[in-house]
Design a binder for this molecule. Structure first.
Ligand SMILES: [Zn+2]
Ligand SMILES: [Zn+2]
Length: 178
């Protein structure tokens, strides 16, 4: 993927959050731990049940933006998400390359999460269009994705779903020919 044209990989955090399974009550801690690059070192990932619930609401909002079918709906949902953000951006090279982080460095994990997700997602939408967001076309998958391909031709959340669907279509064609 070519992130150069997107300016930030923060949108990937938004997509990952929207696609995360939330069956385990400890899901938020696990999610934050596996995306720690976006959080100030030393930030506590222990979220209270109330904060975990708010993280889930943020995940649902991201999903609803990706599912929206009109620009008016996208704007409503995106602005609802942005209202939760408290941006205080700063530039960093903590991973060797210069990029922006969006939340106050000393803010709690939930604020860093919500702010990063809201800013990353809204940047892509206003710069590249809400049509860049979509839902996986594979059967039995409803994960959302952001399309960073040059010609905006993406239909699946992952290569796994893309090849699974290609195989399924091939088998279906063979069946008809038999
Ligand atoms: Zn970073
Ligand atoms: Zn998929």
């Amino acid at each position: 993927m070519d992130y150069d044209t997107y300016g930030s990989t923060a949108v990937e955090l938004a997509i990952a959050l929207a696609n995360t399974e939330r069956d385990d009550p400890e899901w938020a801690r696990a999610f934050l731990g596996s995306h720690e690059e976006w959080f100030t070192a030393g930030t506590s990932f222990d979220l209270s049940p109330g904060k975990t619930h708010r993280a889930a609401a943020t995940a649902e909002l991201v999903r609803s933006v990706a599912l929206a079918e009109s620009q008016a709906d996208v704007l409503d949902r995106l602005n609802e998400l942005l209202a939760l953000a408290r941006p205080r951006p700063y530039a960093t090279d903590h991973d060797g390359s210069l990029h922006l982080h969006f939340a106050r460095q000393d803010s709690p994990a939930l604020e860093q999460l919500t702010t990063t997700v809201a800013m990353g997602l809204s940047q892509v939408v206003v710069q590249h269009g809400w049509q860049r967001l979509g839902v996986c076309a594979a059967e039995n998958c409803d994960d959302v994705y952001v399309d960073t391909s040059r010609n905006a031709s993406r239909r699946y959340c992952s290569n796994t779903c893309a090849s699974r669907s290609t195989v399924a279509a091939y088998r279906a064609r063979q069946k008809t020919e038999e």
